[in-house]
Design a protein around this ligand. Structure first.
Ligand code: PLP
Length: 443
């Protein structure tokens, strides 16, 4: 084996799939086998695998000016154009954008900017961040501490307490309900828990709450009706900022421009990556409102610098990739396409799996979905060790469909936004066969 330390991998049990090329929604391995990339890679290749317009935009930029940094007075046209373009799109007032290279670093940047801002306005004690159980926000030190998956925390000694990270309930009715609780009662209970936690901690010590509008990596959780309305009312009441991590849900994924639109969230801060450039070049953005930026200006003057920046902040080729990607989204009406095909996919999934004995819940919005695989459909009991997830993922792959088991036994779907209805039908045929085979093997 090549001396590579692979991410999110069990080093002792690696069955590698070596991909070589891609076309549309399909990828091909080195043996020539063809797969539907039903996860858009890692929830990111919105334009599929052969968009020559984006490749040409990147190439042209690399041929013109392959690199310039943006520290201390340097800039370039693509970064300015990208920020202007994004400002017209986002639901954040007079937004400002700090560019990076990954969703994790966007979240770390936010973590730092929140501290910088509250220090600037003389409220240094307002520094804790609320995250949720089953939230996924990346793997860098601050973002990794905001992530709530066990594998990201204990074994790395994540400095959760030092960073002031508080954890609230996951808004997942299926796994979180108690007894005969209705959805509305579940929402009321977890919102009450949140408010009690805020009061106990002292709201003046809490800066923000980070939420994925629809949780992605830990199981595609769509919170129940009314949850975000009540959540935001509590946060506003206690002057806690709403920080939307749109790294997966941004740019059409949920059938609207942003997951915030789909879920009725009015964010103060937003984090972007992935579909910002359809993953053709790494780029992320930490988005803050104008009033926060204004307050930070004087601080930079007093200290002499805003001490945050990556060598590749606003890499010109990354900005060119993002600009072209956003242009294509708009020109080809891709968010509307995603909404339409997404509705179709959601309907097909419900029709095929609502009554399937292996499937406890079908959930999702737009072109993101998951099947919750259960050992007992009546009780919703799960298979140990993610057995059903792993088994189903394997049968999918054997059938030419790449999906991903997440959070144990949730099988996630997140195809490129360009997928057509016919391709959804093809995906569904493969998925149905795989789930039937998994059920037969597991029973
Ligand atoms: N935030 C969310 C919601 C994510 O889903 C991810 C990655 O999947 C991240 C942040 C981290 O992004 P990256 O892997 O680019 O660091």
């Amino acid at each position: 084996m090549a001396p590579v330390i692979y991410p999110y991998t069990n080093f002792t049990a690696v069955e590698q799939l070596c991909l070589e090329r891609g076309e549309g929604i399909y990828v091909y391995d080195t043996d020539g086998n063809k797969y539907i990339e039903g996860m858009a890679g890692l929830w990111c290749t919105s334009l599929g695998y052969s968009n020559t317009e984006v490749v040409d935009a990147i190439t042209e930029q690399l041929n013109t000016l392959p690199f310039t940094h943006t520290f201390g007075g340097k800039t370039h046209e693509p970064i300015k154009q990208l920020a202007d373009k994004l400002r017209d799109m986002v639901p954040v007032e007079d937004a400002y954008f700090f560019f990076g290279n990954s969703g994790s670093d966007a979240n770390d940047t936010h973590y730092k900017m929140l501290r910088y801002y509250f220090n600037a306005i003389g409220k240094p004690e307002k520094r804790k961040i609320i995250t949720r159980e089953r939230g996924y926000h990346g793997v860098t030190v601050a973002a990794g501490s905001l992530t709530s998956l066990p594998g990201n925390l204990a074994h790395f000694d994540a400095p959760v307490e030092a960073l002031g990270v508080l954890r609230a309930d996951a808004p997942h009715y299926f796994t979180g309900r108690q007894g005969n609780e209705t959805e509305a009662q579940f929402v009321d209970r977890i919102i009450n828990n949140l408010e009690e936690q805020i009061v106990a901690e002292d709201p003046d010590t809490i800066a923000a709450m980070i939420v994925e509008p629809i949780t992605g990596a830990s199981g595609v959780i769509v919170p129940p009706e009314g949850y975000y309305e009540k959540l935001q009312a509590v946060l506003r009441k206690h002057n806690i900022l709403v920080w939307a991590d749109e790294v997966i849900t941004g740019f059409g994924r949920t059938g609207n421009d942003f997951g915030c639109t789909t879920m009725g969230i009015k964010p103060d801060l937003m984090s972007f990556a992935k579909q910002l450039s359809s993953a053709y070049f790494p780029i992320s953005a930490a988005v803050i409102p104008g009033w926060m930026y204004e307050a930070m200006i004087e601080q930079t003057n007093q200290i002499g610098v805003f001490g945050q920046g990556y060598t590749y902040t606003g890499h010109p080729a990354a900005c060119a990739a993002a600009l072209k990607t956003l242009e294509i989204y708009e020109r080809d009406n891709l968010f509307v396409h995603a909404a339409n095909v997404g509705d179709y996919l959601q309907a097909q999934l419900r029709e095929a799996f609502t009554d399937h004995p292996l499937v406890g819940e079908v959930r999702g919005k737009g072109l993101i979905a998951a099947l919750e695989l259960v050992s007992n459909k009546t009780t919703g009991a799960s298979f140990d060790g993610g057995l059903a997830g792993a088994t189903s993922q394997k049968f999918c792959q054997d059938n030419g469909l790449i999906l991903r088991a997440v959070a144990g036994n949730a099988l996630a779907l997140c195809p490129p936004l360009i997928i057509t209805r016919d391709e959804v039908d093809e995906l569904m045929d493969k998925l149905k066969a795989a789930i039937d085979s998994a059920y037969a093997e597991l029973n």
